[in-house]
Design a protein around this ligand. Structure first.
Ligand code: FAD
Length: 338
């Protein structure tokens, strides 16, 4: 057997932070990796909406870094100009009272946008965008993928990694193996209504962001307070997980109207506001007891994503990274990093 036939092929489904970190690590050990992503670009929920006159991070707002491996990755992003520390003035609103937040947490954001670290990781990876994987089948010890847009994908893969939110992973894999359904069915992910808005009559408040407790809204943030943001001042406003999930089937107009009622309570002047709404069906949620990732070596199938590892950006990145390490270790003679 020549060396090229020995190179293992991996299909990663999903180019969010988990799929990207997994792919980078697998590729660095010499595996051949193809990523399939249903959207037009990388980063998944670490996303930024780009409009002609403004842009706004409408998924993840910031991330923290506690694990040394993730800290190292974030330092690399900072060195390459795709992330930076954000030092917002933060307030808390609860029981109709505003107070200062005394949190000392170090918060990072992508620069110039939240999707910049994902774009950075995507450089040098083989990613096919606008490809929604609709089915995966195991045939003769290999995986064959079907995609909604083009039918069966020609390449057969030695390994498949599903780097997807639990419900989307479930649609592809829950019937393949009971070990998958038993994990995936216990993850309860909640939706999130997000409003991006320009308030022309709003006097800029003396805070950059605020946690709102006990209301339909849970977070408000001035995007331009983050490093390297340009354009019209835009607020990103998230509905709380509980309110959003209970109201996820509302029309955009109805959800907007309820969120504006809450903003009025917070003292916002929303006359003549320009508003864009986004419905996240699977925004947050994680297993009660994190398992980091799921690797089924006997059928060469792995699952990673934030929901397996505590939720959030750091959990997602680590989940993908750790799954890659497990796949590499599972090889009889582990290849060395190239
Ligand atoms: C509104 C909101 C606010 C948040 N705030 C924060 C925060 O402040 N701090 C924080 O740390 N985290 C926050 N998060 C969570 C954070 O964004 C996620 O934890 C992290 O981005 C998850 O990464 P992931 O790779 O696991 O999943 P995702 O980013 O969801 O990536 C999955 C990818 O798979 C793709 N995909 C799905 N189905 C298919 C298919 N069938 N075929 C091909 N591709 C497919 C999707 O398009 C997506 O790109 C927030 C999330 C949301 C939505």
């Amino acid at each position: 057997m020549n060396s090229s036939t020995q190179i293992k092929k991996v299909a990663v489904v999903g180019a969010g932070i988990a799929g990207l970190s997994c792919a980078v690590e697998l590729q660095s050990f010499g595996l051949s990796v193809d990523i399939y992503e249903k959207s037009r670009g990388p980063s998944g929920r670490m996303s930024t909406r780009q409009m002609p006159e403004w842009s706004a991070d409408h998924g993840a707002q910031y991330f923290t870094a506690r694990d040394p491996r993730f800290i190292e990755a974030v330092e690399e992003w900072i060195k390459n100009g795709v992330a930076d520390i954000w030092r917002p003035r933060i307030r808390v609103f609860e029981d109709m009272v505003w107070r200062e937040s005394h949190s000392q947490e170090i918060r990072y954001v992508g620069t110039p946008n939240m999707n910049s670290p994902g774009k950075f990781l995507a450089e040098g990876l083989s990613i096919q965008y606008d490809k929604t994987i609709s089915q995966i089948d195991r045939r003769k010890d290999q995986w064959v993928l079907q995609c909604t847009e083009n039918g069966e994908i020609e390449t057969a893969y030695d390994f498949v990694v599903l780097a997807l939110p639990a419900p989307q992973g479930s649609a592809l894999a829950r019937d393949i193996d009971p070990r998958i359904s038993s994990v995936i069915d216990t993850a309860q992910m909640k939706g999130c209504w997000t409003m991006m808005a320009h308030f022309p009559h709003q006097v800029p408040p003396e805070y950059d962001a605020a946690f709102i407790n006990g209301e339909s809204i849970s977070w408000i943030c001035q995007n331009t307070s983050k490093p390297m943001r340009q354009g019209r001042p835009i607020w990103t406003i998230h509905g709380s997980p509980t309110w959003s999930q209970a109201n996820i089937e509302l029309s955009k107009e109805e959800a907007q109207s309820q969120m504006l009622d809450c903003l009025e309570k917070l003292g916002f002047d929303y006359r003549d506001a320009e508003i864009s709404m986004h419905r996240w069906r699977y925004a947050s949620g994680a297993l009660e007891h994190p398992i980091h990732f799921l690797w089924l070596g006997d059928i060469s199938l792995g699952l990673c994503g934030d929901w397996l590892n505590g939720g959030r950006v750091e959990g997602g990145w680590l989940s993908g990274f750790q799954l890659a390490e497990a796949i590499i270790e599972s090889q009889e003679s582990a290849p060395s990093r190239t």
